[in-house]
Design a protein around this ligand. Structure first.
Ligand code: AOF
Ligand code: ZN
Length: 371
């Protein structure tokens, strides 16, 4: 693939990302139509059930699609799903060449490349390796496994601490990073926090700001222990707008050790209890994740705290690690971020500067990648 092709395909990927929070369980897909060296149409899959990326881009290109090249981040579908096959649309528009990123693994939707070739279209692809395809569309490509695609996001200081003390949160990131957190949340099925975070932060875990998720993420909290919900209710602390006990806010599920589930359900009346195997020290992280997958959670975001972060990392259950570093130092006595072995991670995107903070994302390497 020459440099120009790579640039157009990358533009298609970036366009596809605009579907974050709106298209799942469909993949995020973008498309660019290029005639000669001119971009004549761009499109992306905007909404679950709505037109596919190719259809949007072809519509924008109109007659200029004839003889042009379409760059698509996913193999064009050849099936009649909620919308007609994209392969037919490309052929009808007279597109001469298609370059695509990831192979579509779908039993009915996949195989579009072959259908296009049969219709006389020149096809180049798949251009992405399996690892790249997964990094670009993690929710879509992770669905065949027994646990959700799991993201751990931690805000840390320059000296790799998460807060000054365990019982009180330390605000670290600035407003620009917070806006990005809300975008991140909008593309998740559930947000998980540990008991310590529930007790210390009374977190809301809702999507706020400019992002409107198609379905708001469920809030999953690890059982904060006897009496917490009763006290929170009595104090009014936890039922302020959007917070955990606000009946207008998205559902809350409380993950409880199996043997305590019945007793805890009584105290937490009206809240869904998820029984999970565990031992004396707490819940088994893998069992919790598998339980969530059974509940159709494909994409899970863990927002802390350090304890659950460490538990998930130690059990190799984190697929993507997001570290938001704020330019402050918390000094001795602060709560350290969980350590992670750098060799097992590769960058998932270029670091971003958001206000004063630096936002970095890494993907966990699978066995084949660790040297
Ligand atoms: C494409 N372009 O932009 C997308 C594709 O239920 P439907 O009809 O919307 O089809 C969804 C399936 O089509 C989805 O699972 C995936 O295999 C493919 N998505 N294909 O050519 C697109 N979003
Ligand atoms: Zn399609």
């Amino acid at each position: 693939m020459d440099g120009e092709d790579a640039r157009h395909l990358d533009r298609a990927r970036v366009l596809g990302e605009r579907g974050w929070g709106r298209v799942h369980p469909n993949p995020m897909v973008g498309c660019v139509v290029v005639a000669g060296d001119e971009v004549v149409g761009e499109g992306w899959h905007r909404e679950f059930g709505g037109p596919h990326a190719e259809v949007e881009a072809l519509r924008a290109a109109g007659e200029r699609a004839r003889g042009a090249t379409a760059f698509v981040s996913l193999e064009p579908c050849r099936h009649e799903g909620k919308t007609p096959p994209c392969t037919d649309a490309l052929v009808a528009a007279g597109v001469a060449r298609v370059v695509f990123g990831a192979k579509d693994p779908g039993e009915h939707s996949g195989g579009g490349a072959g259908a296009l070739r049969e219709a006389g279209v020149r096809v180049t692809g798949p251009m992405y390796s399996d690892v790249e395809a997964r990094a670009i569309n993690p929710g879509f490509f992770h669905r065949a496994t027994d646990r959700p695609w799991t993201v751990l996001k931690l805000a840390i200081s320059l000296d790799a601490a998460v807060s000054r003390s365990a019982d009180r949160p330390t605000p670290l990131s600035g407003p620009e990073a917070w806006a990005r957190v809300h975008r991140l949340r909008s593309g998740m099925d559930a947000i998980l926090v540990g008991a310590g975070t529930v007790r210390a932060d009374a977190p809301r875990l809702t999507v706020r700001g400019d992002f409107e998720p198609r379905t708001p993420p469920i809030r999953v909290v690890v059982d904060p222990g006897d009496g917490w919900f009763r006290r929170a209710r009595a104090s009014g602390l936890a039922d302020s707008p959007g917070s955990l006990l606000d009946p207008e806010a998205p559902p809350v599920w409380v993950a409880v050790r199996e043997d305590r589930a019945e007793a805890r359900s009584q105290e937490m009346e009206g809240i869904r209890v998820l029984p999970v195997p565990g031992d004396r020290t707490g819940l088994d992280p893998r069992a919790l994740l598998c339980r969530l997958r059974e509940e159709k959670i494909d994409r899970l975001l863990c927002e802390g705290g350090a304890g659950w972060g460490r538990a998930l990392l130690d059990a190799s259950l984190v697929d993507r690690l997001i570290l938001v570093t704020a330019p402050v130092s918390l000094g001795p006595g602060a709560v350290s971020a969980p350590p992670f072995a750098e060799a097992q991670w590769r960058p998932a995107r270029d670091p971003m500067r958001l206000g004063a903070d630096i936002w970095c994302e890494w993907d966990h390497c699978d066995e084949t990648e660790v040297g």
